[in-house]
Design a protein around this ligand. Structure first.
Ligand code: PEP
Ligand code: MG
Length: 587
């Protein structure tokens, strides 16, 4: 690239990973694998080469160990991913194969190691499951460290950053992100990554603006020049003009004010102007999200997606591991409710150790409760762990993808078996632990009255309910325009579920994405929703809207809304109403 082109402002679009605006100098963290040249050593030098390689591995292990030791809380993602890195450095495939290549072919250590690494990376690259594929990044990161140690070069450390900067990298390792905790990093931008990659998760929990998946940022930036990270829009501006800096400085101020203003709502109760008390809860995937959830004002956890316990690993989690994880969450929330959903594996979330078959229609295949009822030992093991955790907090169990009463009874029978086993082992649990279901299959919505008699609560999973009711693949971008939460069929289904729940005297929650979208808050209030469960950061905003609403007026309005025939008519009327009711909100 010529200097002329390099000096021009450049705007790159990536995936918004963590909201907020950061403006500052760029700091490049180079984690690309150093290139190796094929070369050999004489026969009598091969053992020296092996020894040098093993020293570089040991040094890398020490470095990661010491970074891991600096992470105080062992329950964090950081700690666990650093443990994965340590385990990868113990991996006999990686180490033994390299040693063998050096001994058999007299290759230089860096070439031999690079060769083994590239072979393994290719295997990871072919894996379809994105969580497992991301472990390829872990392998690349430790590969980089070993090669730098082998060459006797210092491994550049995020911990050495002393000035406030924007970190740019192809990818950041957990070792890097763990160090960001104690450094003045303003924001970061990476070539790779998704919303669920650990880099994005860490950014959100640290509250640092971040954009991932930018593809070419490491090829476009200029060292020491200024950049802007807009984590809300997923935009990075390189070499911004003075005017653009001014524009984003304003945006940053507005964002800070918005967050400060919203933070006040986190602590206030979710009560409507006419005195209806609602519960706003958090959706979590990892125990370490508990802190952010509590800070955002969550009244507990409405959906704990436990399938994440099965991902990124080769073995199955043990009952003890399930139990300790759930217990940690239950204790963090003290007396607040924690709803643990039994695994929803299969479909688009598969774990390699379970060897699920490839299916033509995975969304309609052997997933969630169907898989659990087939593999009852795996299911019962998780249920025993949930029951055991129920002694340490207000824990309840929730089954995903229930299609009717027969399936529900089968699941409840497994809970009874698990209880009997724990009694026999003299292990305590809450005998009155509540059991509920996700209503996310249209058949369950249609027989909601029958289901309501046999459970303690409902939680509506709109992500799947909309997918199945409108026949729209939720991950297919070509039909996403048809994914309409305000479709009259969806609103009728929700009303039906809420009414059936209330007639039977049980509370009705919603934990699909619709619950965290402020545009729908007033409609859901009008439909009679009792509990909302969402990404924790959305809680203050939804709470602010609900606190300014009058429940009986919302009910009347929704009655009128339901008389309209199309989603677009409904959306138009709703937006007009919201502009009048909440002129200061942005929808
Ligand atoms: C849903 O389907 O709405 C839901 C909350 O579950 P998941 O997104 O995990 O399928
Ligand atoms: Mg679902």
């Amino acid at each position: 690239m010529t200097d002329n082109v390099r000096s021009r402002m450049k705007v790159l679009q990536g995936i918004p990973a963590s909201p907020g605006v950061a403006i500052g100098k760029v700091f490049f963290v180079n984690r690309a694998l150093p290139r190796s040249v094929l070369s050999t050593v004489s026969k009598d030098k091969a053992e020296e080469e092996v020894a040098g390689f093993l020293r570089a591995v040991a040094r890398s292990r020490e470095q990661i160990q010491s970074i891991r030791d600096s992470v105080k809380d062992q329950s964090t993602d950081h700690y666990q991913i650093l443990s994965v890195h340590l385990a990868l450095l113990e991996d006999s495939m990686l180490i033994d194969q390299t040693v063998r290549l050096i001994r058999e072919n007299r290759f230089k250590a860096d070439w031999a190691f690079n060769k083994v690494l590239q072979n393994l990376l290719q295997t990871f690259h072919r894996i379809e499951d994105k969580y497992l594929r991301e472990r390829g990044h872990d392998l690349r990161q430790i590969g980089h460290r070993v090669l730098e140690n082998l060459a006797g070069r210092p491994v550049e450390s995020v911990a050495s950053i002393r000035e406030p900067v924007i970190v740019i990298a192809h990818d950041l390792s957990p070792a890097d992100t763990a160090q960001i905790l104690n450094s003045p990093v303003l924001g970061f931008a990476t070539d790779v990554g998704s919303k669920t990659s650990h880099t994005a998760i860490t950014a959100r929990s640290l509250g640092i603006p971040a954009v991932v998946g930018l593809e070419r940022i490491t090829q476009e930036f200029t060292e020491n020049e200024e950049a802007i990270v807009d984590g809300e829009e997923g935009v990075v501006v390189l070499r911004p003009t003075a005017e653009t800096v001014r524009e984003y400085t304003e945006k940053k101020k507005a964002y800070t004010l918005r967050i400060r203003d919203l933070a006040k709502f986190a602590k206030l109760p979710a009560v409507t102007r006419d005195g209806k008390t609602l519960k706003l809860l958090a959706n979590i995937e990892f125990p370490e999200e508990a802190e952010v959830s509590l800070r955002s004002g969550a009244d507990g956890v409405g959906l704990y997606r436990t399938e994440f316990l099965y991902l990124n690993r080769r073995d199955l989690p043990s009952e003890e591991e399930h139990f300790q994880t759930y217990r940690r969450v239950a204790e963090k929330f003290a007396r607040q409710p924690v709803t643990i959903r039994t695994i929803d594996l299969g479909g688009d979330k598969f774990a390699s150790q379970l060897e699920l078959a490839e299916e033509m229609n995975p969304a309609m295949g052997l997933r969630a409760i169907r898989f659990c009822l087939r593999e009852k030992d795996i299911f019962k093991q998780q249920i025993r762990a949930i029951l055991r955790a129920s002694s340490y907090g207000d824990v309840s169990i929730m089954f995903p993808m229930i299609s009717g009463v027969g399936e529900l009874r089968e699941a409840l029978a497994v809970v009874e078996e698990a209880k009997a086993e724990l009694k026999k082992r003299r292990i305590s649990f809450n005998r009155k632990m509540r059991a509920g279901i996700m209503v996310e299959i249209p058949s369950a919505a249609i027989v909601a009255d029958l289901l309501a008699r046999e459970v303690d609560f409902f939680s509506i999973g709109t992500n799947d309910l909309i997918q199945y009711a409108l026949a729209i693949d939720r991950v297919n971008e070509h039909v996403s325009y048809l994914y309409e939460p305000l479709h009259p069929a969806i609103l009728r289904l929700i009303r039906r579920i809420v009414d059936a729940g209330h007639d039977a005297g049980i509370p009705v929650a919603m934990c699909g994405e619709m619950a965290g979208e402020p545009l729908y808050s007033y409609v859901l209030l009008g439909l009679g929703m009792d509990e909302w469960s969402m990404n924790a950061t959305s809680i203050p905003r939804v709470k602010r809207i609900l606190r300014k609403s009058v429940a009986y007026e919302a009910r009347e309005f929704v009655g009128e809304l339901l008389a309209h025939a199309t989603a677009s008519d409904i959306a138009e009327i709703l937006k007009k109403k919201l502009e009048v009711l909440f002129p200061e909100e942005r929808f």
